[in-house]
Ligand binder design. Structure first.
Ligand code: SPV
Ligand code: MG
Length: 514
């Protein structure tokens, strides 16, 4: 069955065929070219490589004339062998070829010269299983049955494994006559494109051993693509089309995305399995915008703030995301996001919210405020940084923002130096809204990463706060400061490219940010 690229090769295999015809006509046409050797043989070779990579079926390549004389055939066969191609068919015409269905009495190759091409091809084959099919064009170019039989026998004697006898008549008569005289001297291959009406049983009974359905996948796709383009152009809409075309999921399946996902689990570092908790239980004070819904659901350019945040997490490979909700929780509906309730949101703080979701994280975890936005690279940096607990801290933060707002200010053992290649990490000494200006190293943006060990420490510290009766009131700065007093809490310095949404003017900034 014909295929002309990796995808069509897969489709042919799925249908159940046992072999592929890499058609010269359809590979050329799918490149937008004529079947006249306009694509160079190495360009065809590149297509064949994609096909061979896409299927386990043996591929018989339409090698046209062999792209020249015996020497070109030698090199062609060698290169096909290196790409795992099962066989090649060469036709007894002259380079550059013309498709057999065009014109009359195309010139044929000299018999002896063509036999040299066959011998050279067989002498260059990569192993004994490689197949060389010699294609006889005598019937199609009007040289008659005797010439066809004479040539076929010469090619067989020269070492061809099979003979392709081609015809452009609308009946199989000359093919059946040829087969009768051939008497199964070696396998016969046919291409019934023009005599498609002849029942296959009749052809098989006549002793033909291989039928090539030579171009029907490309022709089918032309019909489908033309119709789809026409409909979409006419309606300027997709509603009429969706049910008529293969789904995007089908594309993913055909090209093997499932295998890639399995491989990612095996080969990518743990970041792919990190989970995230978003703290979004408090209502916020944005006037009418937060009258019915929490701040995280405020619309920022057509999507809730929370959706922008979860998209950033997903882009980093984080799939399991839990959001802790309280105020207006019934207004929060996001696909693929799990929710956890903090119904005591009015009298509790961030640490209590986090404690509600602590069972949702085990190994590596991200903890993030629900009212912030940051560029993807910041999360990538936090994920890649060494350390069991890593905080994204804006080194400019303390200086840039208007005073009078509650800020998670950071005191650290090392300030941001401006040298990006610093290998000495900075650590948290204290986080609080109340740090002497000269001691401020930056502002925590509300994004933290915990390794498996870090998550265990976090769980322990939450349990301790609870035991001490401090959990209800504790905020993240207190929790992180306590962790920093016992363990290394690493500071990952950034410079801007994030924001939190506390005021109406922040909403405007967030729109610009997106
Ligand atoms: C091809 O598929 O490119 C062939 C078969 O060579 S035919 O077009 O019938 O010549
Ligand atoms: Mg061809």
């Amino acid at each position: 069955m014909e295929a002309h690229n990796g995808l069509s090769a897969k489709i042919v295999e799925e249908a159940g065929f046992r072999g592929l015809w890499a058609s010269g006509l359809t590979i050329s046409a799918s490149l937008g070219l004529r079947d006249s050797n306009e694509a160079s043989w190495t360009q065809v070779l590149d297509v064949l490589e994609f096909m061979a990579d896409s299927t386990r079926l043996p591929i018989l390549v339409d090698g046209d004339t062999g792209y020249g004389n015996f020497n070109n055939v030698r090199r062609l066969v060698k290169k096909l062998g290196q790409r795992g191609i099962a066989g090649v068919c060469i036709e007894d015409k002259l380079f550059p070829k013309t498709n057999s269905f065009i014109g009359e009495r195309q010139p044929l190759a000299d018999v002896d010269e063509f036999c040299g091409r066959i011998k050279a091809g067989k002498d260059s084959q990569p192993d004994d299983d490689f197949v060389l099919v010699a294609r006889v064009e005598a019937l199609i170019s009007g040289h008659g049955m005797d010439e066809a039989l004479h040539r076929a026998e010469a090619y067989r004697a020269a070492g061809a494994d099979a003979i392709l006898i081609h015809s452009k008549l609308s009946s199989a008569s000359e093919i059946l006559t040829f087969a009768k005289h051939w008497e199964r001297r070696c396998p016969l291959v046919i291409v019934p494109t023009m005599y498609y009406g002849t029942p296959t049983e009749v052809l098989l009974e006549a002793g033909l051993s291989n039928i090539i359905w030579a171009n029907h996948n490309l022709r089918a796709s032309i019909t489908a693509m033309r119709e789809t383009s026409r409909r979409i152009f006419e309606t300027q809409s997709l509603t009429d089309i969706e049910g008529r075309v293969a789904s995007v999921k089908d594309i993913f399946r055909l090209v093997g995305n499932a295998e890639l996902e399995a491989a990612e689990k095996r080969y990518l570092p743990a970041r792919a399995t990190a989970k995230a908790v978003i703290l979004a239980a408090t209502g916020g004070d944005l006037g009418e915008l937060t009258g019915q819904r929490p701040k995280c659901m405020v619309d920022i350019r057509g999507q809730p703030l929370l959706r922008h945040l979860t998209d950033t997490l997903s882009n980093a490979g984080i799939r399991e995301i839990s959001v802790v909700l309280g105020y207006g929780k019934e207004t929060v509906q996001l696909p693929g996001v799990q929710t956890v309730d903090n119904d005591r949101y009015a009298e509790t703080g961030e640490a209590y919210s986090l404690s509600r979701a602590i069972d949702r994280i085990d190994g590596e975890a991200i903890v993030v405020y629900g009212d912030i936005l940051f560029r993807d690279y910041i999360l990538d940096g936090v994920m890649a940084a060494q350390g069991d607990i890593v905080l994204a801290v804006d080194a400019l933060g303390a200086k840039m923002k208007p005073p009078g707002r509650i800020r998670d200010l950071v005191r650290a053992d090392l300030r941001f130096s401006g040298r990006y290649l610093d290998d000495e990490p900075a650590h948290l000494i204290e986080m609080s809204s109340d740090i002497a200006p000269e001691d401020i190293a930056g502002e925590w943006i509300g994004l933290a990463r915990f390794s498996q060990q870090g998550t265990a420490w976090l769980r322990e510290e939450i349990a301790l706060l609870e035991k001490e009766g401090l959990l209800d009131d504790a905020d993240m700065p207190l929790l992180l400061s306590r962790l920093g007093a016992k363990h290394h809490v690493v500071i990952h310095y950034i410079l801007a490219h994030w924001l939190d949404v506390d005021t109406l003017s922040d909403v405007g900034d967030a729109m610009n940010f997106i």
